[in-house]
Write a protein that binds this ligand. Structure first.
Ligand code: ASP
Length: 343
């Protein structure tokens, strides 16, 4: 049976064209997507793009947790009527949105594929057409049992499908704008599309998808650097509503061994704040038992985010803090364990 795909346009470069008078990029009416990409008609799938999303379309720098909840509601509300979902999104925060959605949509049995472009879709050398055409093909693909080939939240960009919560924007310039440094791609689009199903998450097909809409954004990300100041760290640690910190450390999870820093982190943990150690290196994992300075962090109550991306760690914290508002131990436990293939 012909797959039915819901295309959701949230904004970003892909849906903009140049105003001939001013030369500036502005969003066009995406209800007319098929006029811009008539090739989509050749795909053996029914594609619908009703105006479901909050208008006007946004630059993804303006993305918020409440818009993530709207997006999750939009997908959950239409879940039974479609076989797959393609979300067109600005590239700047796409990895955050894809990570958030991967946590919010539990036991996902249908594809939710994010894509966008570096050049607007009406420009001669646009990467948008290939991105959207292949994303739709991937969202529509089914196996011999009629199950979705990609039951995951993915980002399709520049010839590869990557797991959403493993992905980071790595280039503001290249058509291959995204990379998944710690997990191989889920599918390659060359002459043929090759799906690497052994790398994909498999849901329980007999159970329904379970959406979650609440997020708690009382979180912060900060990077360590030589010269970081005690007074500033004290402000962060004692910020009244702050519940969790993603701390970007050096190498395999190392930090300066100054006692004031370790004491501040210990105080934070004792106050019930969840402090997660993520490396500033994009590749590799945090191993807090490898060096003495990492070991001291563990003693101060800092937990390891292993090889998670920053985007994944911060959105997972928002998700878990909302799910277990009174159970810090549970949040800590689940932060150290993969729940959607994110580590
Ligand atoms: N600033 C744009 C956005 O993220 C960039 C893009 O779409 O590529 O919305």
């Amino acid at each position: 049976m012909r797959s039915k795909i819901l295309l959701i346009y949230t904004g970003g470069t892909i849906g903009m064209n140049r105003n001939p008078a001013t030369g500036a990029l502005e969003p066009f009416d995406f209800g007319h997507l098929l006029d811009h990409v008539p090739e989509l008609r050749q795909i053996d799938a029914t594609i619908e793009c009703p105006l479901l999303w909050s208008l006007p379309p946004i630059d993804s720098s303006d993305m918020t947790p409440s818009l993530w909840s709207d997006l999750a509601r939009c997908i959950a509300g239409n879940y039974d009527d479609y076989d797959g979902f393609v979300v067109l999104h600005g590239t700047d925060t796409m990895a955050y949105t894809a990570s958030a959605l991967s946590f919010m949509l539990e036991n996902l049995t249908k594809p939710v594929i994010f894509t966008g472009s570096q050049l607007p879709i009406d420009q001669l050398r646009t990467d948008g057409k290939e991105n959207v055409i292949t994303a739709v093909e991937m969202a529509a693909a089914k196996d011999g049992d009629g199950h979705a080939m990609v039951p995951e939240v993915g980002i399709y960009f520049g010839g590869r499908l990557l797991r959403g919560n493993r992905t980071t924007k790595q280039s503001a310039e290249a058509f291959r704008a995204f990379e998944s440094f710690n997990y191989p791609c889920l599918a390659d689009a060359g002459v043929d599309i090759t799906y690497h199903r052994e790398r994909m998450l498999m849901p329980d097909w007999t159970k329904p998808m379970m959406p979650h809409y609440d997020l708690d954004n009382n979180v912060i990300i900060f990077s360590l650097f030589p010269g970081i100041r005690e007074d500033i760290i004290q402000h962060i640690i004692h910020a009244p509503n702050l519940k969790a910190i993603v701390m970007r450390t050096f190498g395999s999870g190392n930090a300066p061994q100054q006692p004031w820093l370790l004491n501040a982190l210990r105080e934070g943990t004792q106050q019930g704040k969840v402090i997660v150690n993520i490396s500033q290196c994009v590749q590799g994992a945090v191993e807090m038992t490898r060096y003495d300075c990492g070991y001291h962090l563990q003693e101060a109550g800092v937990i390891s985010g292993r090889d998670s991306t920053v985007e994944s760690a911060v959105t997972k914290l928002m998700f878990l803090l909302a799910l277990y508002p009174d159970d810090t131990e549970m949040v800590r436990k689940l932060m150290e364990r993969g729940i959607r293939g994110e580590m």
